[in-house]
Design a protein around this ligand. Structure first.
Ligand SMILES: [Cu+2]
Length: 177
């Protein structure tokens, strides 16, 4: 097959441009600490209310005896449950989300928090909020007619002023409410 030298040259230029863009995306992702969710953990969406971790009483913010903060949250048409949470600033927080019905997503602007919440899987990610403030939490996967009403709020408070709404010991839910 004959390929014109000029065509060959242009093909190489196009490939080089593609390579450059891929490299830039990778560098940008590393720089902003954007990673793909590496956690593959399945869960039965239909029986979440019967599961230990995502039972209604266990949702929200937890702190264990080592001071690790974790958040368990359920996404369903058309809200996050619980809709508002309060977490400390400058603290590593593990978020764990599950969907009760269809595909949802969660995105917190200006942070590295953005993930799909696929029914049947646990979406887990870690983040920390450098500054106190009010952070919106938006569903970024179209999930139905009420999709644009699906949002929540994260209230990030100063580390020393924060106290957990629920504290866990050995993974069991506290009875503080
Ligand atoms: Cu949604």
């Amino acid at each position: 097959m004959h390929i014109d030298p000029l065509e060959k040259q242009w093909a190489q230029i196009v490939l080089a441009i593609c390579g450059l863009f891929v490299t830039l995306i990778i560098i940008d992702a590393l720089f902003h600490n954007i990673t793909t969710p590496g956690n593959v953990e399945t869960i039965d969406s239909a029986s979440l209310h019967l599961s230990e971790e995502f039972a209604e009483d266990n949702l929200g913010v937890h702190r264990d005896e080592n001071g690790n903060v974790s958040v368990k949250m359920v996404a369903g048409r058309y809200s996050f449950f619980p809709k508002e949470i309060s977490v400390p600033a400058e603290t590593n927080i593990t978020f764990r989300w599950v969907s009760i019905d269809v595909l949802h997503g969660v995105h917190v602007p200006m942070t590295n928090m953005s993930t799909m919440i696929v029914p049947g899987f646990v979406a887990e990610l870690q983040t920390s909020f450098p500054k106190p403030g009010d952070y919106p939490m938006l569903c970024n996967e179209y999930c139905g007619l009420g999709h644009d009403h699906m949002w929540g709020r994260i209230d990030v408070v100063e580390k020393d002023q924060w106290h957990a709404s629920k504290q866990t010991t050995n993974g069991a839910a506290g009875n503080e409410r």
